[in-house]
Design a protein around this ligand. Structure first.
Ligand code: ADP
Ligand code: ZN
Length: 299
């Protein structure tokens, strides 16, 4: 039996990617739509999906993986809305409602990072694992946790980017989070690196002291996750992780922080298989939504 066809939207603050797909080998249509104002972007998404459906077939479900904060609790009156975002014009926007109404199929609304982890666990860097974690380190820091094959939602979605961590002893930067200053995101997201060093993260050389501080922050985040919801693997993605020298640095620092505690076999050696990059690349969000759609239809 062919896999169900899913209409997907990866909703980002800069762009949205809409697609019609049933899996990595069957992406039938895909379009990038700029995130301008809801009155423009939402009709453009509907119009693309409707024409893709006319050409490629009726989807069995609609899944949106969105930037946050967003209401992803199905029983909540504001389910499907982007909530308190600082992104102009998008605050309290019903993103799911009009699109679901236009398509008339079962739907699911979750965060972009939850979708990315779900996709990586099905087809990518965490394939076959049931307990996994994901941090995306970009303009902000987002996190996702899967336990026993299920994404953790709690009363909303995880906000692991805002966990407290200890400042690196060599660091005097006050932090960049408008709510908490020196939380993980305030110390380690791309804009924090830029504010601390006076130039964009991508312009700092691989041997710059910035990366020691960054690796320390990310290793602490991984340690905190390990102590709360022990994953078999942690994926680190997002623009900042294009600095591939960070991977061995985070693994080494995590090893130091663990200091021999948690003697699990997966935490032996140099952690090469424990801290890993994502493997689905540009299709991570899209395929994550497809995987969530399949799960929706079978659960
Ligand atoms: P978004 O957060 O919008 O999804 P990204 O994940 O690309 O987008 O994150 C953007 C942030 O990542 C910016 O702060 C940027 O400075 C940083 N960044 C992007 N590319 C790199 C790179 N090659 N090296 C280090 N930092 C990067
Ligand atoms: Zn914060």
């Amino acid at each position: 039996m062919p896999s169900p066809l899913i209409a997907t939207i990866e909703a980002g603050g800069t762009k949205m990617v809409a697609a019609l797909a049933s899996g990595p080998d069957d992406i039938r249509a895909r379009e990038r739509i700029p995130t301008t104002i809801p009155e423009e972007t939402i009709p453009a998404l509907i119009s693309f999906l409707k024409s893709a459906i006319a050409n490629h077939g009726q989807p069995d479900a609609l899944v949106i993986g969105t930037f946050g904060p967003a209401d992803i609790t199905p029983t909540s009156p504001a389910y499907g809305h982007i909530t308190a975002t600082p992104k102009p014009t998008w605050e309290n926007t019903n993103l799911l409602g009009p699109i679901q109404e236009a398509l008339g199929v079962p739907s699911l609304f979750d965060t972009d990072v939850n979708a990315a982890l779900f996709g990586e666990a099905r087809w990518g860097a965490a394939a076959g694992l049931k307990n996994t974690g994901y941090f995306t380190i970009g303009t902000g820091i987002g996190g996702a946790v899967m336990i026993d094959g299920k994404l953790i939602h709690g009363m909303g979605h995880t906000e692991m980017g805002h966990m407290r961590i200890a400042r690196h002893p060599d660091d005097s930067f006050k932090g960049h989070c408008p709510f908490h200053q020196d939380c993980l995101e305030g110390l380690a997201a791309g804009p924090a690196i830029e504010a601390r060093w006076g130039k964009p993260a991508q312009e700092l050389p691989a041997d710059h002291p910035a990366w020691e501080i960054e690796a320390d922050a990310l290793a602490q985040a991984c340690l905190n996750l390990l102590t709360i919801a022990p994953p078999e693997r942690i994926i680190l993605g997002g623009g900042v992780m294009h600095q591939s020298q960070l991977f061995p640095m985070v693994r080494k620092r995590l090893k130091e922080l663990l200091n021999g505690y948690l003697a699990h076999p997966l935490l032996q050696g140099d952690l090469t298989n424990f801290i890993v990059p994502p493997s689905l690349g540009d299709n991570a969000g899209l395929l994550g939504c497809v995987a969530l759609g399949h799960h929706l239809l079978t659960s």
